[in-house]
Write a protein that binds this ligand. Structure first.
Ligand code: FRU
Length: 491
């Protein structure tokens, strides 16, 4: 079905309760609803927004088009949690309602100030000729979680030299001052990011472009920038659009990644840094956002999806979910991403086995399922390749393996189930030189998240297998490996 502009930009007031109920019914019939990931009740979820820790609770919003699996009039949907693993739906967070966000409450961030939780987001607007004008808007949450908007935008204009692709403010505080990075496109259609400064979150001063070492041309637009400091280093994270695939890298339609360097020099708007790295080596990951919590932990959540790709759940009226929260650390100039320790709260019944496999493919009894956490630790391997097959059915399987000959970790969804996005390939790889290989894997009804060697690499992918595809197998080819596998039900 083609969605017209009118259908995409209807307000919720124009929609009948019946229509919503009909859509919810269609969604609930979907065989691929997730069980422990944040997903929309109906419609499309995209970027995580406003992620913050405030008065004992984590608040996490997402971009939401309630009426179907397409990008239309975007809202912020609100979820909250005390422990990052049990999430509660709060309800609508920010609704487009005025001339400054008439065509969508686009992405933005949250920050505590004077005891209150503030949000800065991009108000997307279009005029009669469908010309875009973005406003950066401010809103504040009250005790009952309702959110009120300031009367006027706090940044009303795009600075000279940039196009109307100007959005996704991420705020942080340095001393007494607030700073924001905003994703931008130069008039010559290259991507960049600009800096603003404020004393009070209301009055913002344009400081100019952030000078990075990424050159004049690194994609045509940078979305969802984020800056933070971790272990004394500056980390700049963003989602560039327009990078060409190169070897195993940049295989998805759009990328998201980071650079690590010395802390940002706010006097000269400069960040000196090392190479750009992708955050996730898998298929479905974009527009991540981080926050820092009361324990000083830096936590990241991403959108487990990508723009402009059709997913099999579309026909059931919904699309996408968020990734599990990941705690970030720095090791040797690169980010390490680990599931938060609270994730263990979801561990239920446990089974484990130790095996030696040699040129064989062994089914693990009692390991079956479509929702579980699994940890596989391989050791003393002589095999050319070894790994796991998950969601195994008669013809289906999802393969996660180490190609020891090529020194690459491989995630293969060629035969995972219903195929989609095939034009971007069905295999993802990344180089990893290591003596020992371990995969910590979170399997939900229609997704797999693999943390390799305690988070030095992560692979995320949606998969759409048949309900009977539940088997787990371990294998080794061209030699032998020992493997210890532990599996927990997820409560
Ligand atoms: C990234 C993005 C953001 C924008 C939002 C709109 O996926 O395009 O740049 O604010 O989605 O939903």
């Amino acid at each position: 079905m083609e969605w017209t502009k009118e259908q995409r930009y209807r307000t919720m007031e124009e929609v009948s309760e019946e229509e919503i109920q009909g859509l919810a019914k269609l969604v609930n019939q979907c065989p691929w609803r997730q069980s422990f990931h944040i997903q929309p009740e109906t419609g499309l979820l995209n970027d995580p927004n406003g992620f913050s820790y405030y008065k004992g609770e984590y608040h996490l919003f997402y971009q939401w088009f309630p009426l179907g699996p397409v990008h239309g009039l975007k809202h912020w949907y609100h979820t909250k949690s005390k422990d990052l693993v049990h999430w509660e739906n709060v309800g609508m967070g920010i609704k487009p309602s005025n001339e400054f966000d008439s065509h969508g409450a686009y992405s933005g961030s949250g920050i505590e100030h004077d005891g209150k939780l503030y949000f800065m987001y991009t108000g997307n607007t279009r005029d009669e000729n469908w010309n875009r004008h973005p406003y950066q808007c401010l809103a504040v949450m009250s005790r009952d979680y309702s959110i009120s908007k300031m009367d006027a935008p706090v940044i009303a204009d795009v600075p000279r030299g940039y196009t109307d692709h100007f959005r996704d403010p991420k705020i942080w505080k340095n001393g007494d001052l607030f700073y924001a990075v905003i994703g931008a496109q130069r008039e010559n259609e290259t991507g960049t990011v600009v800096l603003f400064q404020s004393r009070d979150l209301k009055d913002w001063k344009f400081m100019g472009e952030l000078k990075t070492g990424l050159g004049e041309e690194f994609g045509y637009m940078w979305e969802c920038p984020d800056y933070f400091e971790l272990a004394g280093q500056g980390v700049f994270l963003f989602s560039p659009q327009g990078l060409k695939a190169e070897g195993d890298s940049y295989q998805n339609i759009y990328q998201s990644g980071y650079v690590v360097g010395s802390p940002i020099d706010l006097e000269h708007n400069e960040l000196k840094h090392g190479a750009f790295h992708e955050l996730d080596q898998g298929f479905d990951f974009y527009a991540p956002q981080t926050t820092v919590d009361h324990q000083g932990r830096r936590i990241l959540v991403g959108w487990m999806g990508l723009p402009e790709i059709d997913y099999p759940t579309d026909r059931n009226g919904w699309a996408h979910c968020l990734t599990l929260p990941r705690e970030l650390k720095i090791k040797g100039g690169k980010l390490v991403q680990q599931p938060v320790p609270e994730q263990k709260l979801l561990r239920g019944r446990k089974v484990e086995t130790i095996k030696s496999v040699e040129n064989e493919n062994v089914r693990l009894d009692h390991f079956e399922g479509d929702v579980y956490e699994l940890l596989a630790e391989f050791s003393d391997s002589t095999a050319e390749e070894f790994g796991l097959e998950l969601r195994v059915g008669e013809t289906e399987k999802t393969v996660i393996k180490y190609d020891a000959a090529a020194k690459k970790v491989v995630f293969d969804r060629t035969r995972s189930g219903e195929s989609f996005a095939e034009e971007y390939g069905t295999i993802r790889k990344c180089t990893l030189e290591a003596e020992k290989i371990s995969f910590q894997i979170f399997v939900d009804v229609s997704s797999v998240e693999v943390f390799v060697n305690d988070g030095v690499e992560v692979f995320t992918g949606r998969i759409f297998p048949g309900i009977a595809s539940n088997g787990v197998r371990v294998f080794a080819r061209g030699g032998q490996t020992n493997v210890k596998v532990v599996r927990w039900d997820i409560k």
